[in-house]
Write a protein that binds this ligand. Structure first.
Ligand SMILES: Cc1cc2nc3c(=O)[nH]c(=O)nc-3n(C[C@H](O)[C@H](O)[C@H](O)COP(=O)(O)OP(=O)(O)OC[C@H]3O[C@@H](n4cnc5c(N)ncnc54)[C@H](O)[C@@H]3O)c2cc1C
Length: 350
């Protein structure tokens, strides 16, 4: 089958799904991307309010492989990413990059010109057998049968019962725990790999202030070590293109996985109070500042536990033409998620 004859469904418009979709579309495939959220980008996200914008998912990224370095150079030239040079205590030897004007800019660029359905939660993935004699299409309930390209296709069913059909290939680009229900009857060998992945939760608090005691803090970001509650904080408006109101400081504060697990079902107002108290104490602000806006977001699947790692960064069942990609397989980093999506596309094309 040539690329031009392939109709590929990509479930998930995070950076992995976006990278996969872009690569497939550039190779001539017909691609449709589906995401349950209101917009694209998944965990590479920015919360927007009238008062301020906050990158409340991924904070920044680095490029380690030559493959990704070349990609980042291209994005930089196009103005989609820029280097972020925050004032930190121990500067990293690697360059830090962010999307501009916000983190989702990267995924918006990847999926532009690609058919996209947002607000569309895929509930099941099904094989459909076409009977040439009766000209009927029947749902195939038997798991993992080799696909006869001429007579079997895939269809996606949403949680509202809408059906999208006629796909030759399906790529599932969602976190492992969300991928399992979609593929469990179709690819049992992939399910055991995905079930071994432990994704950690992360409470994230977003606040904005203007008191000089806060705006005058001498550092912009810190990966916090050995703190019972805090793992990271950053002054969001120190990133390129983020200043919305002069004199305002915007902050993103992340809790450790252990603290998040202990407070998993806590009231967001309590989470904001506890993490803000810990943050101001940590940075040496003694008088509680006037907070103009505060919000909390709970990521249930933020980043994977470091071990055990899969040996492959994407999974592909060539006999049924079904694949899974995303950051869950190797490392929860933007670079790994992006490369997983590109390698997934290469598998579909091979
Ligand atoms: C708080 C936090 C901080 C982080 N910090 C960093 C950092 O500083 N640097 C770094 O490199 N990485 C960081 N990461 C990790 C990074 O964000 C991820 O590795 C990367 O964004 C994962 O991309 P992905 O495409 O694999 O998955 P996702 O971004 O999760 O995309 C999956 C998409 O699938 C959609 N979806 C799920 N189920 C369905 C369904 N049934 N139907 C339709 N759509 C569905 C979701 O809505 C989502 O858009 C951080 C992550 C978090 C949460």
């Amino acid at each position: 089958m040539t690329s031009q004859n392939k109709r590929v469904a990509v479930i998930g418009a995070g950076i992995a799904g976006g990278a996969c979709a872009q690569q497939l579309a550039q190779s001539g495939c017909s691609v449709s991307v589906f995401d349950k959220a209101r917009g694209v980008s998944g965990r590479l996200s920015t919360r927007r309010t009238d008062m301020a914008h906050y990158d409340h998912g991924a904070q920044y990224f680095t490029a380690q492989s030559n493959e990704f370095k070349a990609q980042v150079r291209d994005w930089q030239q196009r103005g989609i990413v820029a280097q972020w040079q925050p004032r930190v205590v121990n500067p990293d030897i690697q360059k830090w990059f962010v999307g501009t004007p916000d983190m989702p800019a990267i995924v918006r660029y990847l999926v532009k010109n690609i058919a996209l359905q947002v607000n569309t939660r895929i509930q099941s993935v099904e094989q459909v057998v076409h009977d040439a004699k009766t000209n009927l299409s029947l749902r195939d309930v038997s798991p993992l049968k080799a696909i006869d390209i001429d007579s079997k296709t895939w269809q996606l069913v949403t949680d509202t019962g809408a059906v999208y059909s006629g796909f030759t290939d399906v790529v599932v680009a969602v976190p492992p725990a969300q991928a399992v229900p979609l593929i469990q009857n179709l690819a049992p060998s992939m399910v055991s790999v995905l079930n071994a992945v432990d994704m950690l939760p992360c409470w994230t608090v977003m606040i904005s202030t203007s008191d000089s005691v806060t705006t005058a803090l001498p550092i912009d970001a810190e990966r916090v070590t050995d703190h019972p509650a805090l793992v990271w904080w950053a002054r969001n408006d120190s990133k390129p293109g983020r200043v919305k109101h002069a004199g305002q400081a915007t902050w993103v504060i992340q809790a450790t996985p252990d603290w998040t697990l202990t407070h998993l079902n806590a009231d967001p107002a309590d989470v904001i109070r506890l993490l803000c108290d810990a943050f101001w104490r940590h940075v040496g602000v003694k008088t509680l500042p006037n907070v103009q806006q505060s919000m909390a977001h709970r990521w249930l699947y933020s980043r994977r536990h470091l071990e055990p790692k899969s040996t492959q960064d994407c999974l592909w069942a060539a006999n049924v033409r079904l694949g899974v990609c995303g950051d869950g397989l190797i490392h929860s980093r933007i670079e790994s998620a992006y490369l997983s999506g590109v390698h997934m596309a290469n598998a579909v094309l091979s």
